[in-house]
Design a protein. Structure first.
Lengths: 588, 159
């Protein structure tokens, strides 16, 4: 009887517990499959991890000797987790004091009520390591002083979060700034190399899901850094040339200036100095430094009428087409009519009997206009086309200007243009176009494409670029003959462009500046182009000073700048004087 | 009593013995379950610890990469043209004039055309993370299956 009673109790208890267990299981299943479960799951997913963009470090930029011109430094984004903010006023005050952030903006951002849509607020960007340390120190000091206080209005920096990120940095500040360009806060390159090779330097970002659960940790994709670049620029030469240019502008009261130094054998740009320049670490001052339509790099972006330096190309085409030779006589009567326009010499004088050497030596407009007529319009413009006039040179810099070459058949070309173009008026070129064209004269007739990019380092390998011959507009004989003529003319003139110990060839240029009413201004562009040593050219230097006030003439203003540049170049390039070089070569 | 009855009686167990067997079987299942659960917990805990370690190492790696960038740039600031010029002037140097340089021929020396900052030939170096060993990704079930079907596989893999 007793056993039966106990059995009944056990059975009842078993059924009860089983029912309870079944109820629990059923309830679990119901909760898991209810419509609300999906909401909770999605809420859980929000906190399960985060999408993260893995940005590679931007590639570095070096000069030809491996000196860093553009690197990266760590800066911080300062934000605040709204749920942890205790005193927005303290946060705004501290950020205003340390980072100069606007008090009102920071206060408004830090005062937002936390919600499902507002969890985090960014308060300041580009905060340096020192500023971050000061903010952390403030936080610590406040915790020590007021940490125990129960007062709700106690000063507190609770909630501040520092997120590190890399930002572009330029150790050489404004050195070569016109070549490099800059990178803005969002990581986009502007101007120069930074813009031209933006994608290559930036590399490829990847967005990945990073779970917080350590059990779900997965391999993050390895994002290789952006490619690094080695430029043809020599930092020491660039620095010297910039110093010389700045001094020349100041000394001559010029508005602006440009100097380009090129190795005519391979097109390497060794230096490219222009004004104004910008400390690239303060790129936000761009609008202040480059006012109005001021180009970032005049050497590639600003076209102008070059004046008499263009006569080098006119004479090259005439010699190469056999229209004239060095000894062809010309009687300068002081004027010549071409297409109904009377052309006069720079001094309005008549220079009498001359040969071609004399024409170049005295820079006679009348003679060169006659030479262009002898060449013929079609042939002349074909040569100019071959020299790359009116076309982009292909230099690896953003914002290149193709200039303008009017040709027979164009609506705005007149016969008179042949006469004026012969001495560099009525034509628009950039300094880098002139450098490329004249490289043909300095390099045995072979015209080289100017290059600024020497090598790319990508994925652990260095890829060197090769020099490119853009064409051979003239023969090597013509190039040698013209070089000899221009070297002799400098020597006969006792030009101030001459450099002791080194034989150089060159040509001055003085160009009137056109206005909407014609050539009515007294302002000029003063230029000089020269190369050397004549028997084995290693450098080609182009000097352009805009609107000098000390003297309008290129021979007075630009020629000495060329000499100063060459005097520094020969030291920095380890070029011995001609006599020593020949002696050393004979001894080998 | 025939022989069958005697045999049955001889091998018939007492009720207390049957209960003991049932209890033993229950305890065996319980212990086995606890053992499996314990191993599973242990492995999961180790995987979590290692996972957290990986997260920490990844964070350290990113910091080290940033530090390298910082140091390279800092060094470039110290060695910048202006700084080096100023240091040279402070030390009493001045720029050489063209006539002051002495030129000598060094047999066999060729001035390099461009600096070499990376390997210029040979196979490319691919930046990819080494794959995580199976120890960190394998589930307990995978491990058991491996032990059953590949009993010769080493218990501890040497790396």
């Amino acid at each position: 009887m007793m056993e039966l009673e106990q059995s009944w109790r056990y059975t009842t208890l078993g059924i009860l517990f089983s029912a309870l267990a079944a109820f629990v299981v059923l309830q679990m299943v119901r909760i898991q499959t209810s419509p609300q479960a999906e909401v909770f799951r999605s809420q859980g997913e929000v906190y399960a991890g985060n999408w993260r963009t893995v940005k590679p470090a931007r590639g570095q930029i070096y000069d030809r000797l491996g000196n860093l011109l553009a690197g990266n430094i760590t800066v911080y984004e300062v934000g605040v987790e709204l749920a942890f903010v205790e005193n927005p006023s303290t946060i705004a005050l501290a950020l205003n004091a340390v980072t100069d952030a606007d008090y009102e903006d920071v206060f408004a951002a830090a005062s937002r009520k936390p919600s499902s849509n507002a969890v985090f607020a960014v308060l300041a960007n580009n905060v340096t390591e020192e500023q971050k340390l000061r903010l952390e120190q403030f936080t610590e000091e406040m915790n020590l002083a007021y940490g125990e206080s129960k007062d709700e209005s106690r000063p507190s920096l609770a909630g501040l979060v520092f997120t590190p990120q890399l930002q572009r940095s330029y150790p050489e500040k404004d050195l070569g700034s016109n070549i490099l360009g800059f990178v803005n806060r969002e990581g986009k390159g502007f101007f120069g190399i930074e813009e031209k090779f933006d994608e290559l330097l930036a590399g490829e970002s990847k967005t990945v899901w990073v779970p917080r659960d350590p059990n779900r940790v997965e391999e993050l994709p390895q994002v290789p850094p952006g490619a690094s670049l080695i430029l043809t620029i020599d930092r020491a030469i660039q620095s010297e040339v910039e110093d010389i240019l700045d001094a020349a502008i100041e000394e001559n009261g010029a508005e602006a200036g440009t100097i380009v130094v090129l190795d005519p054998r391979n097109g390497d740009i060794l230096a490219m100095a222009t004004t104004p320049r910008l400390d690239l670490n303060e790129y936000w001052r761009y609008g202040e430094v480059f006012q109005g339509s001021t180009p970032f790099n005049r050497a590639v972006s600003k076209s102008y009428e070059p004046g008499s330096v263009f006569k080098v190309l006119t004479m090259a085409s005439a010699l190469d087409s056999d229209a004239v030779n060095q000894n062809t006589p010309f009687l300068d009567t002081g004027s010549i009519e071409v297409g109904g326009t009377v052309i006069r010499n720079w001094d309005s004088g008549a220079w009498g009997p001359q040969d071609m050497l004399g024409c170049m030596q005295h820079s006679l407009n009348v003679c060169l206009a006659w030479v262009a007529k002898q060449v013929g319009a079609n042939t002349f413009y074909n040569y100019m086309q071959e020299f790359g006039m009116g076309h982009l040179t292909g230099i690896e810099l953003a914002g290149e200007n193709p200039g303008r070459l009017k040709r027979p058949g164009d609506a705005d070309w007149y016969e008179a243009d042949l006469g004026t173009n012969a001495f560099g008026q009525g034509i628009a070129v950039t300094p880098v176009q002139m450098v490329m064209a004249i490289s043909a004269v300095a390099n045995d007739g072979k015209m080289v494409t100017p290059r600024i990019l020497r090598a790319i380092i990508d994925n652990g390998r260095q890829y060197n670029t090769s020099p490119q011959i853009a064409g051979m507009p003239i023969s090597d004989d013509t190039a040698h003959e013209l070089t000899e003529m221009l070297a002799t003319s400098l020597e006969v003139e006792s030009s101030i462009a001459l450099v002791e110990g080194y034989r150089v060839a060159g040509k001055t240029g003085t160009a009137e500046i056109p206005t909407p009413f014609g050539y009515t201004s007294n302002e000029t562009h003063a230029s000089f182009v020269g190369w050397g040593p004549v028997d084995d050219p290693r450098f080609l230097v182009y000097v352009w000073l805009e609107k000098p006030t000390s003297s309008p003439w290129g021979s007075v203003v630009a020629a000495p700048v060329f000499r100063q540049v060459v005097e520094r170049l020969v030291v920095l390039l380890d070029l011995p004087p001609d006599k020593i070089r020949k002696r050393l070569l004979e001894g080998q | 009593m025939n022989s069958v009855q005697r045999f049955t009686q001889a091998y018939n167990q007492a009720p207390w013995r049957k209960q003991l067997q049932l209890i033993g079987l229950f305890l065996l299942v319980l212990i086995m379950g606890a053992l499996v659960a314990g191993i599973y917990l242990s492995v999961t805990a180790r995987a979590s610890t290692i996972g957290r370690g990986i997260q920490d190492m990844r964070s350290d790696m990113e910091k080290i990469e940033r530090d390298i960038e910082d140091l390279e740039t800092e060094l470039a600031f110290i060695l910048s043209n202006t700084h080096m010029q100023n240091r040279a002037i402070e030390l009493g140097f001045r720029p050489a004039e063209p006539g002051e340089a002495v030129y000598v021929v060094v047999p066999g020396y060729t001035k390099p055309e461009v600096v070499s900052l990376a390997q210029s030939s040979g196979p490319a170096i691919h930046h990819s993370a080494p794959a995580l060993p199976a120890d960190y990704t394998q589930s307990l079930f995978d491990w058991l299956r491996e032990r059953v079907f590949e009993p010769a596989a080493p218990l501890i893999r040497e790396r």
